[in-house]
Write a protein that binds this ligand. Structure first.
Ligand code: PSV
Ligand code: MN
Ligand code: MN
Length: 390
């Protein structure tokens, strides 16, 4: 790598931003058991304090996504100021229309217009929170779907979905955006109303330019080529966000880059290739994870580092050599160029980037030395559950 390349790579890494999820700091588990951990946050403020701690050690996570009503407070303006005082800001507002008795047969696609009204009102309420916190992104994920053939009319449900999305979209302010997430299955098992990127994309296209797709890396069928989706949506100008996490089987919500670091590299290569890494491009690179058995804050720091490592490798791809090999039809050489970058140990480079930014080159060790963990264990009793399995 020549010096100018190295400077450019380091500057791109310095500018990278990753958003942490408030719920990842709280207790979580499976439907079998939640194993509580000492020191987990009891309030939205404490989740924000933990998110600020991740930013303090990584320098790369200056915003935290909230999930409503899990993070409900009476005064969101004060919560926004609290975040700013700690050196971060409130990011995407995630909606929750999946944990209420009324939503058994769906939220915005429910056959009952009264339930649909209630669900859409929640989405509008989330935009009101964004007005207060200055958040740009409204993130929508719907658990809506059906379990049995014939249970409801698949096409009518699309019409109901479109109606609710239109009403919500029309309420967005000039600088606000809608991120529409998809998920193949669960909790609905036969037919989910937004099962894939194509469905999300089609609704976003119909809505307009403020609506874009959110790719949750854990929401696909095994073997799905996620980097293809990234490339396609970038080309179409419709990729708005990621919910990063790892999966071995279903929606595992494990640390990003833990199950398949090579996939994360391939995704980040498409981001770099598409010129979409710079925060100015507008993609919100969020984590959406649950740390059921591992310590939360170090796991989130590790996740940020995993994204940084995949990105560094993606930035190191010799794109001129790659293009030349591709144009020449040299299959093996093209593949070798990509693999050379993937097989580079980028940890020293990232340590250098951190040191130059005044950070400890080893954020996890620095966190453990800081005494923060001991302090929250001593200060907080009876930590909150993230919301899952509540
Ligand atoms: C659904 O599985 C999902 O990925 C959505 O983003 C939810 O809002 C989130 O999980 C909560 O963890
Ligand atoms: Mn998600
Ligand atoms: Mn999920």
């Amino acid at each position: 790598m020549v010096l100018s390349d190295r400077t450019a790579v380091k500057s791109a890494l310095r500018g990278q931003r990753i958003e942490t999820p408030s719920w990842a700091f709280a207790n979580s588990g499976t439907r079998f058991k939640v194993f509580p951990q000492a020191g987990v946050p009891r309030t939205a403020q404490e989740k924000i304090a933990d998110a600020a701690t991740v930013h303090r050690f990584t320098g790369a996570a200056p915003s935290v996504a909230l999930h409503i009503p899990w993070d409900w407070v009476d005064d969101f303006a004060a919560l926004g100021r609290y975040a700013e005082d700690l050196g971060i800001r409130i990011g995407a507002i995630n909606t929750n229309v999946f944990q209420d008795e009324d939503y058994k047969l769906g939220s915005v696609t429910n056959p009952d217009p009264g339930v649909r009204r209630k669900a859409t009102d929640h989405l509008l309420e989330a935009i009101a929170i964004m007005d207060t916190t200055g958040s740009r992104d409204l993130k929508l994920w719907f658990s809506d779907g059906i379990n049995y053939p014939g249970q409801d009319d698949i096409r009518d449900r699309q019409d109901r979905l479109a109606e609710a999305l239109h009403e919500t979209y029309d309420r967005l302010g000039a600088d606000q955006r809608m991120l529409l997430e998809y998920k193949l299955f669960e909790p609905a098992f036969y037919a989910t109303d937004i099962p894939d990127w194509g469905t999300s994309y089609a609704h976003c296209l119909e809505l307009g330019e403020k609506a874009t797709v959110c790719i949750d890396t854990g929401h696909h069928a095994p073997g799905t080529n996620i980097e293809f989706i990234v490339a396609f949506l970038l080309r179409a100008g419709k990729l708005g966000a990621f919910d990063f996490n790892s999966r071995f089987y279903a929606d595992d919500d494990l640390m990003v880059g833990a199950a398949d670091p090579f996939q994360l590299f391939r995704i980040m290569y498409e981001i770099v290739r598409g010129g979409a890494l710079d925060p100015a491009y507008g993609i919100n690179f969020m984590l959406d994870q649950c740390h059921n058995i591992e310590a939360k804050i170090p796991a989130i720091i590790r996740s940020v580092m995993n994204v940084q490592e995949a990105t560094a490798k993606a930035l190191l791809v010799d794109r001129d050599a790659l293009r030349a090999a591709q144009r020449a039809g040299n299959v093996l050489e093209a593949n070798a160029v990509l693999m050379d970058a993937y097989n580079t140990d980028v940890r020293p480079l990232l340590a250098e980037v951190r040191a130059e930014a005044g950070l400890d080159p080893d954020p996890i060790a620095a966190y453990h030395r800081s005494g923060y963990q001991e302090k929250i264990v001593a200060d907080r009793a009876g930590g909150q559950q993230a919301g899952w399995g509540a």
